[in-house]
Design a protein around this ligand. Sequence first.
Ligand SMILES: Nc1nc2c(c(CN[C@H]3C=C[C@H](O)[C@@H]3O)cn2[C@@H]2O[C@H](COP(=O)(O)O)[C@@H](O)[C@H]2O)c(=O)[nH]1
Length: 341
Amino acid sequence: MEAFLSPKDSARFVAESSQDVLVEEEGVRRVAEALFDKVSAKEFSLAGWKSLHELNPQAVSDDAVNWVFLADTLNFSFWSEHEDCKCLVKYRGKMYSGYWALCAAINRALDDGIPITSAAYYATMTLEQVRHVFRSDTDVPMPLIEERHRILKETGTILLEKFGGSFVTCVKMSEKSAQKLLRIVVENFPSYRDEATFKGKKVSFYKRAQILVADTWSSLEGKGDGCFSDISSLTIFADYRIPQVLVHLGAMRYSDELMRKLREGVMFHSGDQQEVEIRGCSIWCCGLICDHLLELYKRKGQNMSERINAVLLDYYLWDYARDHREDMKEIPIHRVRCIYY
Ligand SMILES: Nc1nc2c(c(CN[C@H]3C=C[C@H](O)[C@@H]3O)cn2[C@@H]2O[C@H](COP(=O)(O)O)[C@@H](O)[C@H]2O)c(=O)[nH]1
């Protein structure tokens, strides 16, 4: 059977033949120049994963790795039809939305004594228990709750049967290779197979699998089993926020026809040509931004390959998108209901 192109090769192939999404070389250069002084900031650092995000586990531990595995197994489709009518989770006096609502619900459950990060528990949860753990504090539930229940059962059962119930086993099997861990995840956990066919070729983006490797790296602070020698081989994670911020910053552009559909709130399906173009061009665009950033430092005699990679660029841009919602409201996200991002 023909293998899937890697996310990087998929992105190159999509960007080369994309019709409705364009990577703007001049915009890429401008973004890289604008980020030049940000590289040394905590927002662009591995340490920022903990220091900037109170809901992320702060310890270096097996529990933290299994927390990451649960969070990234459910890390998809938080967008709501109406911005003012969405799932919110209140945790320790603060309201959280989107991805952070998921994390708040996980921590709320743990505080309530529910072992939600244990595969032995989530592999056998009833739908009602899943609804309770991930309940919203508004009357808008978290999207795709039935799918989340199915995926918890599937993923927990596999983790128990093949890996002793802990994602730490997978991390150790990867022998400090990000690509090997990515392969272990995609080969063993079906819900992570974020793949499509584009113009006759099998392409992959592996958004949740790649962010799982990245978050594991961050949670382990890039040390010990998490000292991935090839962490720079990962791409950014093609979700629905990164494309929005790239268009907002002028590094990427949509055709008039695509922009009209996005503004109308047209629902896309995972694997549609325009959806694949948005995701593939986002990955390719960010790869070019990384390359240009590295080049700018190289011209100053500095090798920044340890401080600049797609993971840290992604984290920076995603957090930037979260903090600049209002400025970006003219750029619609692309709407897909799926389990991949
Ligand atoms: N590319 C990229 N996509 C990311 C993340 C994260 C969370 N990662 C955090 C954890 C550690 C890091 O420090 C990050 O702060 C979630 N998502 C995706 O966004 C969407 C949710 O958006 P909203 O509805 O606004 O919450 C949804 O597709 C979700 O899968 C990321 O980092 N990069």
